[in-house]
Design a protein around this ligand. Structure first.
Ligand SMILES: Cc1cc2nc3c(=O)[nH]c(=O)nc-3n(C[C@H](O)[C@H](O)[C@H](O)COP(=O)(O)OP(=O)(O)OC[C@H]3O[C@@H](n4cnc5c(N)ncnc54)[C@H](O)[C@@H]3O)c2cc1C
Length: 440
């Protein structure tokens, strides 16, 4: 099998950065990690789930709740991938609006996608409530801000399309916009009342506790290195040589699939995404930056995102791998603040971390089943908390043989055209963009 490796120059830096979950603000504030052991002997299950992020844990929870014998193997710790590293902005669907989604998926799947994924943030809210997950859920709407007049027009059209579907979104302009953002740099914004924020690592850990309570067996530090059919069963082998045999496999490794199965890694171009967080802000800065406490992401091609945690720490983030030098991310974050909220004293930046996400050629997730009994979704294009909670549950329902809505067509995993070249070009473009054009 071919390996989906980053360009050679990035490898050592990435290896170190990717293992550095403890460097994130979420790790510092998430509370206890999940008590789950390493796989130390042979195990059988009805369904094996590989990957312990929102997708895999949601699948394991749903399977166990429905009486299936579910085993989950996670290579690192639960939440080790993008699920423990993101900005915690729970949004419906994708960056695309209804018209673009219809153009990609065609009428049948698109209407199901819009209806089902529109409700996915509510599903996250239900999971938090049902399982009493302490993850700092803050139900203030999420703001999407337009960085120029052309993007403002796009947002207005998307807002009209969402409203036509009865979704609670609205535009903010002029004084309202300035009052919401504390900045005059954005041209307009869409307030999405379906969205809210969470502490993402605390949420994925809480889901994992719930899955264990329901009867799912979760193993950490148990990387799957081989996956093959053996008669009617699937057999997964871990790095330490232990085997899990199961009738069905849900592959929830998303942008971290690597060499495990090309049908799930080849349809993606992987991209870095990162966060830089401050220590709790002093009053003057807290009252200027997003003064009403909302979270915000914008329409730049390489978007900027901002949010607070309950202790007034500010997270600023964007896309791309961090390979610009030791203090560069903090300097970048300070430039962003100076540009958008000029005149404040420099902030005290305490945490820098990054994760990997998967981009697809059409900007929408893909549902992949290359062989009987093996299924997964990949490529949430940076919009993956609510969608992956939904998809995990959906994949479990499919594995259980239940009827369920199908928001995506089932594919066999066609490669993203020229993905290695694209990955390198995108990475270079993202770095250039964030360090130059983004701030113009
Ligand atoms: C910095 C950043 C900011 C983001 N911000 C947002 C946001 O605000 N809102 C939003 O909706 N989305 C956001 N996203 C995207 C979101 O985090 C992802 O879409 C989502 O977490 C993916 O969940 P997942 O369960 O599919 O994959 P992951 O959480 O990546 O989980 C995959 C897991 O599989 C494991 N794994 C891989 N290979 C193996 C193997 N061989 N054996 C066993 N286990 C394996 C990995 O260790 C990993 O834990 C952001 C992402 C990043 C990186």
């Amino acid at each position: 099998m071919r390996r989906s490796a980053p360009p050679r120059a990035h490898r050592s830096r990435l290896a170190a950065a990717e293992r550095a979950l403890p460097s994130s603000m979420w790790h510092a504030t998430a509370g206890p990690s999940v008590a789950a052991s390493t796989l130390t002997g042979p195990v059988t299950a009805d369904v094996l789930v590989i990957g312990g992020g929102f997708n895999g844990i949601s699948a394991a929870l749903r399977l166990a709740q429905n009486g299936a014998d579910a085993v989950l193997l996670e290579a690192g710790e639960i939440g080790e991938g993008a699920s423990g590293r993101n900005a915690g902005m729970v949004n419906p669907g994708q960056f695309l609006g209804p018209a673009e989604i219809r153009a990609v998926l065609g009428a049948g799947h698109a209407e199901t996608f819009l209806a089902e994924l529109g409700g996915a943030p509510a599903l996250v809210g239900e999971l938090i409530e049902a399982h009493g997950i302490a993850c700092h859920a803050d139900f203030r709407p999420v703001i999407r801000a337009a960085h120029d007049s052309a993007s403002a027009k796009l947002l207005e059209r998307q807002c009209d399309d969402w409203q036509a579907l009865g979704q609670p979104v609205e535009m903010a302009r002029d004084d309202d916009l300035a009052a919401l953002t504390g900045s005059t740099r954005w041209a307009a914004a869409m307030l999405d009342r379906r969205g809210f924020t969470i502490q993402p690592l605390a949420f994925v850990r809480g889901l994992a506790w719930a899955a264990q309570e329901a009867g799912a067996r979760l193993y950490q530090e148990s990387r799957v290195t081989g996956l093959a059919r053996d008669g009617a069963a699937w057999c997964a082998t871990t790095a330490s040589g232990h085997e899990v045999r199961a009738g069905k496999v849900i592959l929830s490794t998303n942008a971290y699939t690597g060499a495990l199965h090309p049908a799930f890694s080849d349809p993606l171009v992987t991209s870095g995404a990162f966060g830089v967080a401050s220590r709790p802000l002093p009053d003057a800065a807290r009252e200027r930056i997003l003064p009403q406490g909302h979270s915000l992401y914008d329409t730049h091609r390489i978007p900027l995102f901002f949010r607070f945690d309950p202790d007034r720490r500010l997270m600023v983030g964007s896309l791309g791998f961090l390979s610009d030098g030791a203090r560069a991310p903090q300097a970048w974050a300070q430039r962003v603040i100076d540009r958008l909220w000029p005149g404040l004293p420099p902030l005290d930046w305490s945490h820098v971390w990054q994760g990997t996400l998967g981009l697809t050629s059409h900007g929408m997730p893909r549902l992949i089943s290359p062989e009987e009994g093996l299924i997964g979704t990949v490529g949430c294009n940076g919009r993956g908390i609510a969608p992956n909670c939904y998809f995990g549950r959906m994949l479990a329902d499919i594995a259980l043989g239940r009827d369920c809505p199908m928001p995506l067509p089932v594919e066999t995993g066609a490669p993203y055209p020229a993905r290695a070249l694209r990955r390198d070009a995108m990475d270079a473009a993202m770095r250039l963009y964030r360090n130059t054009f983004l701030l113009n």
